[in-house]
Ligand binder design. Sequence first.
Ligand SMILES: *Cc1c(COP(=O)(O)O)cnc(C)c1O
Length: 452
Amino acid sequence: MRYYSTNLSSEPVSFSQALLKGQAPDKGLYMPETIPVLAEEAILGFTGKTYDEIAFEVAWPYLAGAIGEDELHRIVKEAYDFDVPLEHVGARKYVMRLDQGPTASFKDFAARMMGRLMQYYLKLEGKKLLILTATSGDTGSAVANAFYGLDNIELVVLFPRAEVTDRQRKQMTTLGKNVRVLALDAKFDDCQALVKQAFADPDLDHLSLSSANSINIGRLIPQIVYYFYAFSRLRLENHPEKTIFSVPSGNFGDMMGGLLAMKMGLPVKKIIIATNANDAFPGFLRTGKYSKIEPSRNCISSAMNVGHPSNLARVVALYGGVMDELGTMHKPADMDLMRKELFSVSIPDEQTRETIRHAYQANKLMLEPHGAVGWAGLKEYFKANPDQDLEDQLCISLETAHPAKFPDEIQRLLGIVPTLPKSLEGLDGKKEIYEELPNNYPDFKEYLLKQS
Ligand SMILES: *Cc1c(COP(=O)(O)O)cnc(C)c1O
């Protein structure tokens, strides 16, 4: 399988090149040249398989020829050693909890597999990487945890001091070893800009910089798996019924996993793309005209405060269009097909809070702000389609973080403190190590040069 750039000006590359580079030289995103389609029997057969076995089957067509079978089996087995609960809410409506990994957000699914794949190729090629990641919270901790202790990889995480919670910070700063953490008195966008400037700086070429953010194809492939998994556990017997998924979305990496699953043959009726007040995509789907939200809007579902979803170029590519990294359309996408397959809605904070309250009171369903946006998106879909009989329709809404990551909001709304998952226990007693850096490029550059 070769990977092409969505900007169409760079040469197609192998999987390992796409993985280690992150972004294509023409600033496009790597996409597989063809989408592999799984046979219906294979998909129905997933019901008898474990999560890591399904992960192998889904990833294999993307990686065949790029890695040995045994090696991939080992990687997925190591990466997926935690539960993926499907919580029954009522009728045939479920919440898939993707919060049981070591940092309690769905980012663990991608980071753990990507880290291991990167290490495999680096060892093979005798190379080292210095990975730079700017984070608004969850990416930094998931990547830090997944890359912690790996040979051949040094990680530098930049975070905006005021924008991450104590718990999120401690998940990054209590690790040590090959994980270095920098606190900046800056916005997330400033951290991101410093990282981008470093990538473009020829003086740093010898450091082999790479990124672990959501544009990396190595993060996308693992995110296809849990859609197949959920279906395999909840479908009716001998019946490939079509499923509705609702996905709380920011940079659109998660929903791209669902979209690829559908294109690979998973029986999907609709994918609901639920955003917070950053509503660039719902507007695009409605009008066919794209305009990003600038600056992005601050909402309580903070990991989704994205004004211009970076994976949108991939969505557009799947529908035959071309969109560059700035959001300019160079070739229109098939909007009719997109509207048939996707539904998108923007959920304001007030409705998110109301959803958290109502879900708990009516169904004893505990949601945090991101998952609540997804759940509210599903409700909006029902409202928009009163003619459909949705009572017996299988619907799965994704919960992307553990409620204990947002204790203040939950306590305010529900009057209870969510119980800490095992993964978050004991953080308070651990020693934090991080450096502080001023928000300017020369200091950051000097810091990086000292690392080599
Ligand atoms: C990153 C994140 C999201 C958004 O996922 P995208 O792939 O960027 O759309 C949603 N919820 C949580 C908790 C996250 O950390």
